[in-house]
Design a protein around this ligand. Sequence first.
Ligand code: 6R9
Length: 650
Amino acid sequence: MSKNIESHLSEDREFKPSKEFSKQARVSSMAQYKRMHKESVERPDLFWAREARELHWDKKWGKVLEWKAPYAKWFVGGRTNVCVNCVDRHVTEGRGNKAAIIWEGEPGDKRTLTYKQLQREVCRFANVLESNGVKSKDRVLIYMPMVVEATVAMLACARIGAVHSIVFGGFSAESIKDRLDDSEAKVVITADGGWRRGGVVDLKANIDEALKKDKSVEKVIVLKRTENKVKMTKGRDVWWHEETAKVAATHKAKSFDSEHPLFILYTSGSTGKPKGILHTTGGYMVNTYATCKYIFDMKDDDVYWCTADVGWITGHSYITYGPMLNGVTQVMYEGAPNYPDFSRFWQIVEEYSVTIFYTAPTAIRAFIKAGDELVDKHDLSSLRLLGTVGEPINPEAWMWYYNKIGGGRCPIVDTWWQTETGAIMISPLPGCTPIKPGTATQPFFGIDAAILDEEGNECKANEGGRLVIRKPWPGMLRTIYKDKKRYRDTYWSDYPGMYTAGDGARRDRKGNFWIVGRLDDVLNVSGHRLGTAEVESALVSHDAVAEAAVVGRPHEIKGQAVCAFVTLKSGIEGTDELLKEVRNHVGKVIGAIAKPDDVYFTPVLPKTRSGKIMRRLLKELVATGKVTGNTTTLEDANVVKSLQKQVAKK
Ligand code: 6R9
């Protein structure tokens, strides 16, 4: 990380959009950006009302914003239906026969749905949900592969006012169970499996396991995707295709209050318990709509592709909601980027003439490693705009993306945002912002971002501090589900009335934001947030483990790798076999992404005299192989020496 910061500070490569790009973009000069940004921050009511008016409301709002920190209401009193805005509106406005989703399965099967066809699917499934007892505000847990039906399920929930809560398909039964216990979902939507690297992920078995002691779930709706054999529980489990065959392909949508809950998405925090981030209707809709329009420059003839999974916030805001609100044609792909090899993405870009491509730095680094030949075989000339999200992008990866994928002609939008923010917060505008490798550049309209020191003073140029947002924005989380106190404590207690993002950052002389990374005990592994406390409690739940400390270390492809220091219960020997077992155990408890890359067995953990594990020291050790910092507060200084030897052996 520190190497990154240094290279950031000396980064002087800068690229401006071409005249052609600027000319057709919605914002084409920095002067225009500055004017609009100033207005949007000073008069958010004017800016956001203008954006909101481009969408359909059944009842117009009264006030644009009601702010009683830390609680915001946007488009107060307004009534709308997000699903109608994503789907029906395009049919009514003459885009019914336009492709909404061009989908490709991992085995190579293909499917295209127009907005009209999508409307029928969504209406059918809304009817299915209702006939299975789902009512407004009921929670629906979705655990699905990247198939069209995942989006259909989300939109159908939104249509009837049910609150979806998606659990990423890579998460384990136990992770599902935790989220079910918290959300008390009434219905689960899943599939008989999904394809991943040629194999089938047995999603239904995980649901069955998670539901063993559950009391809230009444129905499980199962999509047939892989013909994988599954157990159907009588009275509880029903088939998607059988249910949809019973109902009409039309459904009259009701309107919902602007602050009606839309979804809950769980994300890691610095304790072992994931936070249920709650987003609502009107503000989220307008914010995802506007960011897609300005940042991705979405136009009627674009083919947009975001490679995220709907299990993450990026898949919510920039697959299902934002792009559909803009009525764009988008590509959706089910499988892994390296199946059957690393040229799969480029093959898809070529085949569907993708124009806007949005992916994560970790994927870019994996492509670089796989070799340029895999890119060179494909014609990528359809691309006109590139984006990244999820973690800071290292300048080398940025340059490769810019030149090799973008052919030196496509602006890159490096978009900083979070599950909590709902929509992109800091990003270049492709038609005007000069871009540099490694910076997310400038705040989006309506976003008042700043970097503060511990006392709350704004940091000087290039000085590192904490990233905060000083004013509410429409897509912001409204609370942590069932935990208002945690909401206030986590996000609003560092500086009164301001949102703390949990990221460290600095701002250069031109006002560009350089995000350094998380300041809390949250790792960023392949662009995904992972709480060290969650991994630690998974480790400790193994019978042989007494205590565990987890830290991240820099990793060439994943950004950060998970390192675990583990003490075993007395009398248990730390064999290689046990090491493997402990790793797999974490995979079972949380999911494969949480499996530690390195596990070190140690007789004791480095602790202060008051018994606190010194993670700072472990972090330094795995990053550099040495410990230089102050160790005088350590209870047992010999621990460090022996750990140093172990790490050096790796
Ligand atoms: C959208 C998403 C949020 C955390 C965030 C930050 C990191 C995201 C970034 C970035 C640098 C970017 N992050 N985008 N860091 N540059 N362009 O990823 O949401 O999964 O909640 O993660 O990811 O650390 O705080 P989420």
